[in-house]
Design a protein around this ligand. Structure first.
Ligand code: IVH
Length: 708
């Protein structure tokens, strides 16, 4: 798709060059606006005319927003053919074009509750209701159905015409296709129909039908539709209405226009009444619409459907908030493109564009150097994202990324934000290429990249960045679990050379800490105690805390069952380790390589001298780790109050359970945290037991009691 977009762009560039370049040098803003316009136009044609989108909706929306903001701040940049200056896009000329007697407007988007409140404030100003405040307004919330808008005209109660939205002023006559839709009446359900009625609503395809159509297309080698909406739009504009009949389109009505002849006294005066009338006339109206006396209820509606929408058999990408009183709607009126009395409140996008402000190499505890993009902060799937990993040198090259580029950033579910692609067409003239440095940004050691490996590493074991990462890992919950030793403190300890290895932590005195940021006498004392207490931790935790590559907590526990001391592990051969069930040659090699470094062997000696447990087998450990969850499958969703996801994963695996990423009938438990998403909905649908973090701790405690 991006390749296609580039081709379109190139064509346009050629054309503009041939037309003779502009003499004036455009400003940076002017250049950006022009690039944005070109890109949005190409995307819009691909979407509306070719039924084959090249940009994610959320990306389009953001870029559109950016252009809108630029034009608002610099009105001199507005040109008549800017995508912001029209109601819609040019209609494709396949069906007969017809004028919309009443223009079909689009909706403005709000991407956050904040923007929703701003919308209401504007509305109150327009209606002159600032003094009465919001009490003078009530709303109807509807689900924003992700389909294709249509206008249906009924003359004397009989369906006379169905028209697509087109560019909002002119659409296509698709009456023959509309007639095949079973969920709309061919004759209005009333004995006394008014001479003329126009009903508007959304034609859509239920997910199951969309999947069926795509399966069949795939089977015969036809290109599949990107999503149910494109499929619905494409279907409505099918020239062969038999094809339309076989694709089971549905229709939800949401607007009733009554230009004339409705019996006085029965005229709807609110959106709620309109919806009721539509229902009684025989239309399907989405059952989940709701009257909301204030924005607080609107918020609740939006939040409720953010999760529950996943249980619906069709797609919805937000809520449409409409002023309920038709008189107030009329008073508020329209802007060039959209009604002031309605707004689409969109669900958090999982893919948005953002500018790469800088790229910085980051050195991890194993020495791996990762290029990290610093982004212009964007809201993405409910959180603000300002960094995204670019992984390694190969990925940098693959993406062809420069500082200054506009990147598409994705965060699907729980996954850490990543850069999916670069919008090459939006690359500014002053973009700077980036390559990983040849020397460590922390200690200036020459970086190495082993043959056949994607990772570039700092080989210096005392590199401050590596030491910081190691100490943080050592203190983490599954390792030595030292509360109070966080990132900021570790940074200071390493900076001041108070700690160059885990062993140094056990040599710290209170007066070493009291001088540090936010460290008083009491907190210093507490930390020293926490560090001292960690000496009691079992051998497997020490082994895990060493941070040997490939030795996670579960592997560490397995290893210590077979090798009950550091000395035994040091003497183990590659085969000894590789033969342990569940481990393999790689783990053996990783351990051998780690043990071959003299600093590491010294560290083991120091730790033993300082009184840490470098021996003791897990079998003598308390029954806390009995395989109480053996055979059970868990899924984690949302943010847990205490443990991070990897920590929870380890915690469960330590007890014999298994973690999978998606909920199915085979899932035994779903562990639910804050901002849980679709997985919770799915679990509820399947009747799977959902547990909070504290629930599962209680469950574990109960199971231990039963087991012993
Ligand atoms: S009201 C002037 N209500 O969203 C009123 N639109 O982004 C405009 N849509 O073109 C439409 N569900 O295709 C309205 N409950 C709903 C809707 C809805 C989906 C679509 C419609 C519109 C687009 C605007």
């Amino acid at each position: 798709n991006l390749r296609r977009l580039s081709a379109i762009k190139r064509r346009e560039n050629d054309m503009s060059q041939r037309a003779g370049a502009d003499n004036t040098v455009p400003s940076e803003n002017g250049q950006r606006a022009a690039e944005l316009r070109r890109m949005l136009q190409a995307a819009s044609i691909a979407y509306h005319v070719e039924d084959s989108p090249i940009l994610e909706d959320s990306v389009y929306d953001r870029l559109y927003r950016e252009l809108q903001t630029l034009e608002q701040q610099h009105p001199e940049l507005v040109v008549p053919d800017s995508p912001t200056q029209r109601v819609g896009e040019k209609a494709a000329e396949r069906f007969e074009s017809v004028d919309h007697a009443i223009p079909m407007y689009s909706l403005d988007n709000a991407f956050s509750l904040q923007e929703l409140w701003e919308w209401e404030a504007r509305l109150l100003r327009v209606l002159g209701l600032e003094t009465e405040r919001a009490a003078a307004l009530d709303y109807v919330c509807e689900l924003k159905i992700d389909g294709s808008a249509m206008a249906l005209t009924y003359v004397d109660g009989v369906l006379a015409r169905g028209v697509t939205r087109g560019d909002g002023r002119m659409g296509e006559d698709i009456t023959s296709n509309v007639r095949t839709i079973r969920t709309l009446p061919l004759r209005l359900n009333t004995a006394t129909p008014p001479p003329l009625v126009e009903v508007r609503g959304e034609a859509y395809l239920p997910d199951a039908e969309f999947e069926r159509i795509n399966r069949e297309r795939e089977a015969v080698g036809e290109p599949v539709f990107a999503n149910p909406r494109n499929c619905a739009a494409g279907t409505l504009r099918q020239l062969d209405s038999r094809v339309v009949r076989d694709r089971k389109l549905h229709f939800f009505a949401y607007t009733l226009h009554l230009p004339q002849g409705w019996p006085a006294g029965t005229l709807p005066i609110s959106q709620l009444e309109s919806l009721a009338s539509l229902r009684s006339l025989g239309f399907a109206v989405n059952p989940h619409c709701q009257h909301c006396p204030s924005l607080a209820e609107v918020e609740a509606f939006f939040q409720r459907w953010e999760t529950e929408r996943r249980t619906l058999p069709y797609q919805t990408d937000g809520a449409v908030v409409k002023v309920n009183a038709l008189r107030q709607q009329e008073e508020a009126g329209f802007t060039q493109r959209s009604p002031r009395w309605a707004v689409a409140l969109k669900y958090a996008a999982e893919e948005v564009p953002s500018r790469i402000l800088n790229i910085l190499p980051s050195v991890g505890r194993t020495g791996a150097v990762t290029p990290v993009a610093e982004l212009d902060p964007v809201r993405l799937a409910g959180t603000t994202v300002s960094r995204a990993s670019l992984h390694n040198a190969d990925r940098l090259r693959e993406l062809d990324v420069c500082i200054g580029d506009t990147a598409i950033v994705r965060k699907a579910g729980e996954i850490i934000p990543e850069i999916v692609s670069i919008l090459q067409d939006l690359r500014p003239a002053d973009a700077r290429a980036y390559e990983l440095p040849s020397h460590c940004p922390e200690c200036e050691t020459t970086l190495v990249r082993a043959e056949g490996e994607a990772v570039t590493r700092c080989p210096n074991p005392s590199c401050p960045a590596r030491v910081r990462g190691q100490l943080q890992h050592w203190a983490s919950r599954d390792a030595l679990d030292i509360t109070g030793l966080g990132e900021v403190l570790v940074h200071q300890l390493v900076d001041r050379q108070l700690a160059t290895s885990a062993a140094d932590l056990y040599r710290l005195r209170v007066d070493n800490l009291t001088g540090l940021e936010r460290m008083g006498q009491r907190s210093s004392q507490k930390l020293i105690e926490a560090i001292a207490r960690s000496k009691q931790q079992p051998w497997w935790r020490v082994l895990y805390g060493l941070g040997i590559p490939l030795v996670g907590a579960v592997t560490a526990k397995t290893l210590t069952e077979r090798f009950p001391s550091a000395a035994a592990l040091q003497q183990a051969t590659l085969e000894d380790i590789a033969n342990i069930y569940g481990l393999g040659l790689e783990v053996g090699q990783a351990i051998a390589a780690w043990m071959a470094v003299s600093e590491h062997v010294n560290l083991l000696h120091d730790l033993a001298d300082l009184g840490l447990n470098l021996s003791g087998s897990e079998s003598s450990a308390p029954s806390e780790f009995a395989a109480i969850f053996a055979g059970k499958t868990f899924v984690i969703t949302g943010t847990l109050p205490c443990r991070s996801r990897p920590e929870m994963k380890t915690w469960i695996e330590m007890r014999g359970g298994k973690i999978t990423s998606s909920v199915s009938k085979k899932t035994d438990y779903v562990i639910v945290g804050e901002d849980a998403g679709s997985k919770l909905a799915k679990a509820e649908q399947l009747g799977i037991t959902c547990l909070s973090e504290s629930n599962i701790e209680t469950l574990a405690a109960d199971l231990i009691v039963h087991a012993s």
